[in-house]
Design a protein around this ligand. Structure first.
Ligand code: SF4
Ligand code: SF4
Length: 186
């Protein structure tokens, strides 16, 4: 088998001392330190100042409600199935009305979530959307499992710029469609 020997360049005496490189690095830092004097906007005053996020930014996934204030999720578990790191846990429950199910439990483990947006893409009910929320902190692993209530809270902050369609009275629409098809529901 043919192979090529790659010779490693020998370090010069100055390079072997490390000191010149350290001084060079410090001079570079000093240049920026002095150059930044009095100029606004060089350092962001976080958390008072926040990032201006682009429209396509994907933050924490969140759940949304319809115009009647009812959660749109029907606990079909498609998002749970498609989620690559298995961050979503859903326990469905039966409900009265024109749909049969809603989530009893809907948890997203933010330590697992990779903000891929698959859950938003796959949802047939337009019930889950990626928000612009990026401040995720907690002192325990349990705190970073976001429950249904918190996911709805974040979802309530979403606007049209997040791609959430205008409030749609989905349940009324479903009832009408079922009536037209002669389907009787509980
Ligand atoms: S954004 Fe991706 S990783 Fe996070 S919950 Fe949705 S599907 Fe799972
Ligand atoms: S969020 Fe959408 S995909 Fe996930 S369980 Fe609810 S309805 Fe199904």
């Amino acid at each position: 088998m043919a192979y090529v020997t790659v010779r490693r360049r020998e370090l010069t005496f100055a390079e072997r001392l490390y000191l010149p490189s350290i001084l060079k690095g410090m001079a570079h830092t000093l240049k920026h330190f002095v150059g930044a004097g009095g100029r606004a906007g060089v350092t962001m005053q976080y958390p008072e100042e926040k990032w201006q996020l682009p429209s396509f930014y994907r933050g924490v996934p969140s759940l949304v409600k319809d115009a009647d204030g009812r959660g749109k999720c029907v606990a079909c578990s498609l998002c749970e199935y498609v989620c690559p790191p298995r961050a979503i846990s859903i326990v469905p429950k039966s409900i009265e009305g024109v749909v049969e199910k809603a989530p009893e439990v809907f948890d997203i483990d933010m330590l697992r979530c990779i903000f891929c947006g698959y859950c938003e893409e796959v949802c047939p009910e337009e019930a889950i959307f990626m928000s612009k929320e990026y401040e995720i902190c907690g002192e325990t692993r349990e705190e970073l499992v976001f429950h249904k209530e918190r996911l709805y809270e974040i979802g309530a902050t979403l606007g049209a710029d997040a791609g959430v369609p205008d409030a749609e009275r989905k349940w009324a629409k479903l009832a009408r469609e079922q009536g037209e098809q002669g389907v009787t529901g509980g």
